[in-house]
Design a protein around this ligand. Structure first.
Ligand code: XMP
Length: 511
């Protein structure tokens, strides 16, 4: 399959470029900018893209590609820092620009260039750069310019090297997709064959080959989108030799465990083992108030129970995991070490510990592609469009110490939030919406009686990737309905508040 390899020099847009190429139904792969040429060649690239980056090519130690990439004989498109790299490394001259160009800009374009096919002579683009290319490297000619950027785009059609100073991948460059299409389809000759149907067929064949005729795969099924699609794909490949383990940790939403049994075992016919471990989790969490402590205890309890179950079921060679492409990129990208804000609960440490080989059939996909694949495999929309739910479950939404009673209060309130958000037709467009039980009591009056009861906070946020989020501007009528239903229907609650904090500085979950 024809692949476009994107070299990442630290730009916030590198992933976006990878997605854009896939939108053209061409496979794309993101590698660190300094990946050795042997590694690049291993992907048999049909074309390369040098993505942007925050550095200056003039700064000592700024990231560079392996010089041998220019000898691969494939077309190269340099974007922003990528254009400057190309200019600098192939014998041109880069200098700091007098005025930094940032935001929308108009360009005069040479529409005869294959790159600009379909562009008008004058077009708007999105610029963001400090340096600029002042002298072309030998063999190149200018194909777009404006007063601030004398080389806003360049080409060497002979070697099929192209560079653009602006960002074609962002939506603020209206003809950007057309340019990428020209590069990928026309210049590099890649056909559109990256479809989810083809992907599913290839993965099923690859999984059969890797797993063989006899071995079995163990999968921790959470009921979320990623583990569900992983399960559906593996089931198609090896049928009953996939064993899914669902751990009910007592921290799930209302009716969730029952729904999982019904959906996965009854409807999908998965080979499913449900483990009721609520007691063990709640015992281990008794009296624990600190959020990090809670997270660590839950993580450890999960691993222990999962290992016991694996031992009991016996004889697994593989562990399935719903790792997605952004997680893979994260571990190879230029980003430095980050502080731990919250210890995330996942099954990352399991494979080494359990000495199982990993099978990660979604490793190449972005989240929207996983949904498309899930639909291809016949999973229903309700499952595919579920809002994210944290691994530690309601434990991080009952603030302070957990008890069964407090979990029940939250469960009822949370079910009302979900129902009303769905009824208002907002469930899909909102990133997450849920209830939180606060560790305070307030005074109220019901009938003629004084009450001293709990407070529920409602949280609803908009986000694209959970890295940043803003509180959703829910209609007042909806807030009113939520408040009145929760206070009237959930015993033990006499006050509802709405969380109006964005992330940062708050986070989405309260713990
Ligand atoms: P925060 O609260 O850090 O959450 O803004 C960002 C996103 O991550 C989810 N979340 C988790 N997901 N395991 C998960 O799988 C966890 O331990 C965990 N903690 C938070 C949270 O719901 C939000 O979508």
């Amino acid at each position: 399959m024809q692949t476009v390899v994107i070299l990442d020099f630290g730009s916030q847009y590198s992933q976006l470029i990878a997605r854009r190429i896939r939108e053209l139904q061409v496979r794309s792969e993101l590698l660190p900018g300094d990946a050795p040429v042997a590694e690049i060649r291993a992907h048999s690239p049909a074309a390369l893209i040098f993505a942007g980056g925050p550095a200056s090519v003039l700064a000592p130690g700024s990231p560079r590609p392996d010089p041998a990439v220019f000898e691969l004989g494939v077309p190269i498109l340099g974007i922003c820092y990528g254009l400057q790299l190309m200019g600098h490394l192939l014998g041109g001259r880069v200098a700091p620009a007098n005025d930094r160009e940032y935001g929308p800009a108009r360009l005069e374009v040479d529409a005869a260039s294959a790159l600009f096919d379909g562009w008008e002579v004058e077009e708007e683009v999105w610029m963001s750069h400090g340096d600029r290319l002042e002298e072309l490297p030998p063999g190149f000619r200018v194909v777009a310019r404006n007063p601030s950027s004398p080389v806003a785009a360049m080409e060497d059609p002979e070697r099929r090297f192209f560079g653009v100073q602006f960002h074609p991948e962002v939506s603020h460059t209206p003809k950007g997709m057309r340019l990428l299409k020209n590069f990928v389809h026309r210049i590099a000759g890649c056909p559109s064959n990256w479809t989810m149907q083809a992907y599913a067929e290839r993965q099923v064949a690859a999984l059969r080959e890797r797993i063989g005729e006899h071995d079995r795969v163990l999968l921790a099924l959470s009921g979320g989108v990623d583990s569900s699609v992983t399960a559906a794909l593996l089931q198609r490949a090896i049928g009953d030799r996939l064993v899914c383990v669902f751990v009910d940790n007592g921290l799930l939403r209302k009716d969730e465990a029952r729904q999982v049994e019904e959906r996965y075992a009854a409807r999908m016919g998965l080979n499913l083992v449900c483990v009721d471990a609520a007691e063990q989790f709640l015992d281990a969490l008794a009296g624990v108030v600190d959020p990090e402590q809670k997270r660590k205890i839950i993580g450890r309890a999960f691993v222990k129970i999962f290992e016991e179950e694996a031992k009991r079921l016996g004889g697994f060679r593989f562990l399935g995991q719903g790792t997605l492409y952004p997680d893979v990129i994260e571990s190879v990208s230029f980003r430095g070490p980050a502080v731990t804000i919250k210890s995330h609960h996942n099954v990352g440490g399991l494979p080494e510990k359990m000495k199982l080989e990993l099978v990660e059939p979604l490793r190449e996909l972005f989240k929207d592609e996983v949904r498309a694949l899930g639909a291809e495999l016949g999973l229903d929309d309700e499952l595919l469009w579920r809002q994210p739910f944290p691994g530690p479950g309601l434990a991080v939404r009952v603030l302070g110490a957990l008890t069964r009673e407090r979990l029940d209060i939250l469960r009822e309130a949370d079910a009302i939030v979900a129902q009303e958000i769905k009824a208002a037709g907002l469930y899909r467009s909102i990133w997450q919406s849920f209830a939180v039980l606060l560790p305070v009591q307030t005074v109220g009056v019901m009938g003629d009686e004084r009450t001293y009861d709990n407070v529920i906070a409602v949280r609803a946020v908009n986000s694209v990737d959970a890295m940043t989020a803003d509180w959703a501007r829910l209609p007042h009528e909806l807030l009113a309905r939520l408040s009145s239903r929760i206070i009237n229907e959930v015993a033990g609650v006499n006050r509802v508040v709405y969380d109006i904090s964005s992330k940062p500085p708050a986070t989405i979950e309260w713990e």
